[in-house]
Design a protein around this ligand. Structure first.
Ligand SMILES: C[S@@+](CC[C@H](N)C(=O)[O-])C[C@H]1O[C@@H](n2cnc3c(N)ncnc32)[C@H](O)[C@@H]1O
Length: 268
């Protein structure tokens, strides 16, 4: 649909510039559209991989803690992880894995998805990228590093996204295009790299371009173990405003000691 809209906008611009009346409407060409759940559909039945050139999309982003039980099951099935679980991966990761598997039957297919930038940061990297690099033989042939994707709907928040292009190693170009955003809401600056890492940086300085930092439950040196980082998942219920605090102490004067002990613990 978006393609038809762009076609129509471009035709209108030509009409205005050259005083023509060029229109393609009513539309005669029809796309073959499957309306359904992309993670349940058999992509090969829709289009055999041998006939496919590109897979592109803007799949949904849903963080681990917001995924429904059905989405968790879909993720676990598609990721086919040794643990049988979907780990901390965002829902969008399932599209990368499903596309990577589909491309095993045609190494020339080029993939590009918009994604939340969290799949290229922190704990998710080691859960997703070894599958794409090692299991499916894919390489990043272009990438847009984090930029702000503004929704045109009023009041909608901006999301921080990346765009990652993948192709099988057998067909990777020598030069990969990397787009960086010095101003996250501005335009990109393009550089050319021999390899792009899963963190969407130039991989030249790394010993292994597929390097990922793996999760570790033990500290690497002599420092106390972290039990849990700070993450506000209390829905705001554990935050006391000055008024809340005064009301709490009016009803439960002994809570003063508890609050003090908690503060000492949090600051230790
Ligand atoms: C980020 S939006 C992109 C919308 C549109 N394609 C665009 O680019 O503006 C993701 C879309 O995927 C849809 N979606 C969510 N889960 C899906 C699934 N399992 N299969 C197919 N589409 C899904 C959502 O309803 C949403 O419309």
């Amino acid at each position: 649909m978006a393609m038809w809209m762009m076609d129509h906008i471009a035709n209108n611009a030509i009409n205005e510039a050259f005083r023509l009346n060029y229109a393609r409407i009513p539309l005669k060409d029809r796309a073959h559209i499957l309306h359904g759940d992309a993670l349940e559909a058999d992509w090969s039945a829709l289009l055999p991989p041998g006939k496919c050139s590109y897979i592109m999309g803007n799949p949904p982003f849903v963080g681990q803690s917001l995924q429904t039980p059905v989405q968790r099951q879909q993720m676990a099935r598609i990721l086919d992880a040794a643990s049988g679980k979907a780990g901390s991966l965002d829902y969008v990761a399932a599209w990368f894995v499903k596309a990577g598997r589909y491309c095993q039957a045609n190494h020339r297919i080029r993939i590009a998805f918009v994604a939340t930038n969290s799949i290229c940061q922190g704990v998710q990297v080691a859960q997703l990228w070894p599958q794409l690099f090692d299991r499916f033989g894919l390489e990043i042939f272009f990438a847009h590093r984090t930029f702000s994707w503004g929704s045109e709907a009023r009041g909608k928040a901006h999301v921080y996204v990346v765009i990652v292009g993948l192709v099988h190693r057998e067909h990777e170009p020598n030069e990969k295009r990397l787009f960086s955003y010095p101003d996250i809401k501005g335009g990109p600056v393009e550089t050319r790299q021999a390899a792009i890492s899963a963190y969407l940086v130039d991989a030249k300085g790394t010993a292994n371009r597929h390097m990922v930092v793996t999760e570790s439950s033990r500290p690497l040196c002599d420092v106390p173990t972290i039990l849990y980082g700070s993450k506000p998942v209390d829905g705001g219920h554990l935050i006391l405003s000055a008024t809340d605090r005064a009301a709490l102490l009016r009803h439960y004067p002994t809570a003063k000691n508890l609050i003090r002990k908690l503060l000492v613990l949090m600051n230790s």
